[in-house]
Design a protein around this ligand. Structure first.
Ligand code: PLP
Length: 410
């Protein structure tokens, strides 16, 4: 008799986006004449930078010649890409990262989801709330969640609220935790914390033997100087933090797939007997056993993101999205609605007016302005009463959506 992994039976259906799709489809079929604008999507819309396209075309041609053809590559990624990452993202900040501390992958979703494989099932996991759902769901799969409680929390997961009340700055947990997921700039709130705040987390992690899983997928959107672009800007972070970075939201690789994790050799975890164990070789073993490398063509495309032309084109894309963010932020603020994020991230997080629930606000926006966003409660209990709009739409649709929102009465 085959037994299933019963942790999977605990997983809730992907309620959020299927429920959004259901409501939008029902509205669209009842009102075929209305143009629905989607500002709920967390996916980029601009095409890939030409520098990346050119590099991938060239790599395709290499694959067509016997003398330049490549089969399996190193599971950890090609040195040509890792060297560019180190030279551009870390060395200029004085951060010393070794070639064998960077692992190229097919995405930060995979990396943040898979990293739990190398940590024991008895660890207590903390997440900020609201949160990117992958962190919670993969810990349910890994047997670290406990049971679902009324109100939507899991009994063994520690939730750290990030709301307007604490200015979206998470407090250090008072209970014992072993692993903490931090994501800055944050999805879904679009907010971030200062370097000084981040230092408190690193110091806490060092004092308490806690590992920080630091998701910096939106690093490219940081505009303020007091926000760290890498957790390794903080002294001692290499002893406690794994950093996840992605080419999805800077170079538009959401459909192309390339990311990397930095697992420093200084980072250790422990056996139940208290013996110190280096984490880097465990991740190397996991990665090289279960993953066979990001395609050569894709890695050449990612490498081109670091060329002068690639950097300039990416800067243009980020500027485009962040201008959208500004249009949304200012428009929503002019409506008298409290609005957060959108300065260091492509997400705008707003407090629903008149005490509306996240879903009531969703329905009002859809039916009266024909605009789709994402109900904050879908990202965790502390997201109730909030709503996420994204800056990834076209300029025209973004401006049109904002002018429609302004016609709403609350
Ligand atoms: N991490 C966060 C916080 C995200 O919001 C996303 C995508 O929306 C990802 C990771 C996924 O990144 P990737 O496309 O590299 O898998």
């Amino acid at each position: 008799m085959t037994l299933v992994n019963e942790n999977y039976l605990k997983l809730q259906g992907s309620y959020l986006f299927s429920e959004i799709a259901k409501r939008v489809n029902a509205f669209a079929s009842a009102h075929p004449d209305k143009k629905v604008i989607r500002l709920g999507i967390g996916d980029v819309t601009l095409p890939l930078p030409q520098a990346c396209i050119d590099a991938m075309h060239k790599a395709v041609d290499e694959m067509a010649e016997q003398s330049t053809f490549r089969g399996y590559g190193p599971e950890q990624g090609y040195d040509f890409l890792i060297e560019k990452i180190i030279a551009n993202d870390y060395a200029p900040k004085g951060i010393d990262i070794g070639i064998d501390e960077v692992f190229i992958s097919d995405g930060s979703k995979s990396d943040t989801g898979n990293i739990g494989d190398i940590f024991g099932a008895d660890n207590i996991v903390a997440v900020t709330d609201p949160v990117y759902p992958v962190y919670v769901d993969t810990n349910i799969m890994g047997g670290r969640s406990g049971d679902l409680l009324p109100g939507g929390k899991w009994s063994k997961i520690v939730y750290i609220p990030c709301t307007a009340e604490n200015n979206f700055v998470p407090s250090i947990p008072t209970e014992k935790v072993d692993i903490i997921y931090l994501c800055f700039p944050n999805n879904p709130t679009g907010t971030t914390i200062t370097r000084d705040e981040l230092k408190k987390w690193v110091d806490y992690a060092r004092e308490n033997k806690v590992v920080i899983l630091y998701d910096a997928a939106y690093e490219a959107y940081i505009s303020e100087p007091d926000v760290a672009r890498s957790i390794y800007e903080i002294a001692g972070a290499k002893e406690v933090a794994i950093e996840f970075r992605s080419f999805s939201k800077n170079a538009g690789f959401t459909g192309t797939r390339c990311a990397f994790a930095v697992v420093p050799k200084a980072l250790c975890a422990y056996t139940k007997g208290g013996e110190k164990v280096q984490v880097n070789p465990l991740w190397n073993r996991r990665h090289s056993t279960k993953f066979n490398g990001t395609p050569y063509i894709i890695q050449r495309g990612a490498e081109a993101a670091y060329s002068d032309m690639g950097k300039a084109q990416i800067a243009g894309m980020i500027a485009y999205y962040m201008e959208n963010a500004k249009i949304i932020r200012e428009g929503v603020r002019e409506m008298g609605i409290s609005v957060f994020g959108g300065v260091n991230a492509p997400y705008i997080w707003l407090k629903t007016p008149s005490g509306l629930s996240s879903w009531a606000f969703f329905d009002k926006l859809l039916s009266e302005a024909n605009v789709v966003g994402t109900p904050g409660v879908g990202f965790g209990p502390s997201g109730e009463g909030y709503f996420r709009l994204t800056a990834f739409g076209s300029r025209e649709n973004t401006a049109e959506a904002v002018s429609r929102l302004k016609t709403l009465k609350f």
